[in-house]
Each structure stands twice: as C-alpha cells, then as structure tokens.
Design a protein around this ligand. Structure first.
Ligand code: NDP
Length: 420
C-alpha cells in the first residue's frame, strides 16, 4: 500500500505511470502532477478506462518553485516523490522532499537551465579544472544532500532510468555474481530504431542535444580523459540490431561507478548515431541553434535551443512511427578465481512492441520501466537507506528480477566481442 506523487507527464513519465499501474500491489494511489495538467488528466482517463485499481488524482505544479512543491506534498501526503520532469528541477524537488521528509527518486542528474548564471558558472568552471570534464551536469549538487537526507531519515535514489540506472545495476550484478574484481566497463547504448523523420530526438530535445553536442570523456586509472565531441568512433555488431557506428560520450553513470568501484580501471560510454542525425546536429550547432544563452528576437527574449525544441517533433509522438530495436548493455571485463573473463549483459527492446503495450517508443519505455522499479524498491523498503545513492549502491538482484517481470528482460553473453 503506498501513495506516490509523480512530477512530470512527458514521454518517460507516461511509461513510468502506466508501469506503476501494472504493479498495483505496490502502487495503490498516485497523484500525477505537472506543468500542463491536461496531459495528466488524459493519462488518468486512459488508465481509468482500462479499469486500473489504482486511485489516481492529478494536480498542476510548478516544479521550479519549492513552495509550490511543498504545498502539494503537504496536501497529498505521499510516501515518495518520483521526479520525471527535467534535470533542471532536481534540486527544487529534493529541497521540497527534505522539508516534508519524503523519499525522492529521479532518472537524471541535476543540470541548470541557465548555464550563464554567474554563481553557477563560477562553480562549473572550478569543477571543470578540478575534475577534468566539461559536461554541464555532475553529481556533486545532489551528492551534497547526503547528510541532510540521512538526518531527515529519507532515501534519495538518483538516476533510475536505463542509462543511468539499469547500466549501473548491470555492473553491480556482474560484481556480485561473476567477478571478484572488475577492470573495465564499456556501456553501449544502441538505438536501431527509425522514426522516418530527417531529424528528431528520442527524449527531451534540449537535454538530449546538450548531452550529445558536449565533449566526450571516459574514466581511466582514477581520472577523466576528455575528448572532442564525437572524436572516438567505433563500429559494433549489436545482437538483434546489427552493425552500427557508435561514438564515445560523457555520461553520468561513469562518475558514480568511478567513485563507487575504485577497482575499475577504465569506464567508457558509447552511443550509436546515424549520419543524418550527426549532420543535422552539426549544422544546428554551427548556426547557434543549440545555444542555451537567451537572445533578443524582435523585442522578446528567446533561448535558441528552447525555440528549436518547439519546432522538433515531440518525442512522445514518435511511438506510432518508430520501428526497430534498441540494445543497451555493459561489456564487463575482470577477474574471477584468478582467471580473466568478460561478459556482456544487455537488454533488447522493440519500439513497436512498446507502442503496442503502452503507446510509447522504446527510449521512453526503457527509461520509464526502471523508474517504476526503483520507486517500487524504495517504497517496499528493499532499497530504503537514508541518504542519497545511485542504483549501483544497492542489492541488484530484486531490480534484475523486476526487469524480467516488467518488460525489459536481459541476457548475459559470456563470450562477447569486445570494443577495441
Ligand atoms: P519530456 O520533456 O517529455 O517531459 C518532461 C515533463 O516535465 C513534461 O510533462 C513537462 O511539462 C514537465 N515539466 C517540465 N518543467 C516543469 C516544471 N517546471 N514544473 C512542472 N512540470 C514540468 O521529457 P522526457 O520524458 O523525455 O524526460 C524526462 C526525464 O527523463 C528527464 O530528466 C530526462 O533527462 C530523463 N531521461 C533519463 C534517461 C535515462 O536512461 N536515465 C533517458 C531519457 C530521459 P509540459 O508537459 O508542460 O512540458
């Protein structure tokens, strides 16, 4: 029996909420709250028409405003808050959870909306020098809540999507069942789906384009090695998808795994991109459309990347037109009983199957299912631990079981081809 408050009702949220409804033993009551309440109402209506036993309410909330969030939390009295809005809202929602002493769960780490804000900018530039990577996001802002969450007796589960999220659970599972010591991890994220548009992003365009156009980096021997965007390219033959070009990116789970598994000598993250996506992105960047700095246009201030978001297809609308499969997983090398070994743990997900089941494409699906799983494990007490943690810091077994149960079955290949 539990009451969950969900913030956000976009592509990922719609999957997470429908998956919570499938797990109605744990999720007995839900409040869906977002900026545009009509999206929450439409989903509530869809679930009620299907006969869900979950008691659903909806609300409008401005998740940038701690007071507004606190008011809603005090009114609804949830047992946990699942943040599936945007990374910009992580800290305001964490502050509200802290004030109300309620558990907090999210799928992506904090980054600011305005990267020109002087106080944030100064801290960012200091961090770039100290840590050696230049991505706008890092865990320091949320890890800073550790003591406050411990004192309040509440759990903060960070980054329970697929990557980050499942990829870190795969690593913890490999350590528990396959290795005495892990030496290298390559996280491979392949989207073999085709939506038929020349250019569209699979999740929030602003967050996606910021991530992909940034410098790459990887973790080696205890420090970051930074690369230019798309500098390192490899080809890989993905099970059930086929050969794809993939590029090394900076990705947030590398930071958490590097900290929590100091034995790991190298951690890399690769994502596949088609040539059309890369050409469009380069062109948009060259003309300034990816900029996060406001400009004045005909007397009105606009942020170029936000304007671009308004022009691009809504990722939540890609479901009916996307065909093909995703394959996301980890190739892990290490030692067991004195012998070197390598395994590949991955999940394959079919865009059209996801659409048939929930009306969403596989990127939202592969993120929304783990968001529900992480939340369920916190609510049932299996992953309850006061403080702020990533998914690699808990027992991976119940999470791995729930992936199989709720639509993301995984495979362990004990003889994979490695990435050069
Ligand atoms: P969408 O843009 O589709 O949805 C975001 C939702 O949040 C929308 O409903 C939006 O409202 C709402 N929202 C935004 N700002 C506010 C605000 N100030 N107050 C209240 N509600 C607000 O994003 P996605 O569903 O694609 O992504 C959701 C999250 O999932 C992101 O944090 C993203 O980074 C993360 N993600 C994680 C992945 C992983 O594997 N770990 C992979 C993919 C995504 P409105 O409808 O009005 O716009």
């Amino acid at each position: 029996m539990s009451r969950l408050l969900i913030i956000g009702c976009g592509g990922v949220a719609q999957v997470a909420i429908q998956k919570c409804a499938q797990n109605s033993k744990v999720f007995t009551e839900m409040c869906i709250a977002s900026r545009t309440v009509s999206k929450c109402d439409a989903l509530k209506e869809k679930l009620e028409k299907q006969g869900t036993p979950v008691k659903i309410t909806t609300a409008t909330v401005n998740a940038d405003d701690v007071k507004d969030l606190v008011k809603l939390i005090k009114e609804y009295q949830p047992d946990a808050v699942l943040n599936v809005a945007l990374p910009y809202q992580d800290l305001t929602i964490m502050d509200a959870c802290l004030e109300c002493k309620v558990d907090y769960i999210d799928t992506a780490n904090y980054e600011p909306e305005d990267t020109d804000e002087p106080t944030w900018r100064a801290a960012y530039e200091k961090r770039c020098k100290e840590k050696g990577f230049t991505a706008y996001f890092d865990y320091s802002y949320q890890w800073a809540y550790m003591d406050k969450f411990k004192e309040a007796g509440i759990t903060g589960l960070l980054g329970t999507g697929f990557d980050p999220g499942v990829t870190s659970v795969f690593t913890a599972y490999a350590k528990k069942h396959y290795f005495d010591e892990i030496h290298t991890v390559d996280i491979l994220d392949c989207n073999g789906g085709d939506h038929g548009y020349a250019f569209a992003t699979n999740f929030n365009p602003e967050i996606n384009l910021r991530e992909v156009s940034a410098n790459g980096s990887y973790w080696e021997d205890g420090h970051w090695v930074e690369t230019k965007p798309m500098e390192i390219k490899r080809e890989y033959d993905f099970p059930q998808v086929g050969k794809k070009d993939m590029y090394l990116l900076h990705h947030e789970e590398i930071e958490a795994l590097g900290r929590n598994f100091p034995e790991i000598k190298r951690i890399r993250f690769f994502m596949t991109f088609g040539q059309s996506y890369l050409d469009h992105m380069r062109c948009l960047e060259d003309v300034g459309m990816l900029s996060t700095s406001p400009i004045n246009f005909e007397g009105k201030e606009i942020v170029p990347i936000q304007f671009l978001k308004a022009l691009l297809p809504d990722p939540a609308s890609l479901g009916p037109r996307t065909v093909g499969k995703t394959n996301i997983g980890c190739i892990i090398r290490g030692v067991k009983d004195g012998k070197e070994k390598v395994i590949y743990i991955y999940n394959v997900c079919d865009h059209q199957e996801c659409y048939k089941e929930l009306g969403s494409q596989a990127i939202s699906y592969t993120t929304g299912v783990p968001a529900m799983i992480g939340t369920a494990l916190v609510l049932t007490g299996q992953w309850k631990k006061p403080g702020v943690y990533t998914t690699d810091e808990f027992d991976p077994d119940p999470y791995m079981d729930m992936l199989n149960e709720f639509g993301l079955p995984w495979v362990v290949d004990e003889n994979p081809v490695e990435v050069e």
